[in-house]
Write a new protein. Sequence first.
Length: 186
Amino acid sequence: MNLPPDSRTSPLLTAIGRSWWVLMLYGVVAVVFGLIAITRPLSAATALAWAIGVMALVEGLISLFALFGRSGVPRGWLLVYALASLVFGALAVLNPLATASVLILLLAAWLIVAGIYRIVFAVRVRKEIQGEWLLILSGVLAIVLGAMMVANPMAGIAVTTLWIGIGSLLYGVLQIVVAWRIRRLR
């Protein structure tokens, strides 16, 4: 990050340079999570489902409290949302692996529907476009992936968590690199 000498004295750059450690912390946490997700995918999926459950519980409680004030949302909808959040949150906290399995099954269903849609779309526009076979192939692959997740949800959880772990690891490394570069702006 080569900056002109006069821009190094900018108050904004100085403030950013002083907070380099925040980006470093984000990066380190992301790398640690990524390594856990790669080495222990089912444990990481369980932890993610549990964390989502806690967030849903908190949001449900906040929504319940909002019923007593002005929220701009009809009270009936707010109550439905609060109860749905509380029920989902409780289920996710009490049985996070089952929650992750259900989420994987929803992903699998979406993949199967998306695959069928791609195939139908490709057949309908085959005279208008070239390479429609690629769209058909992507549809078939989506259906196969969805069927594999339905057949073995735990493997689907593991593979999905592995991809999340790889993404988290890459994100963390990039954050650390940026933090080191910004640190020079102090």
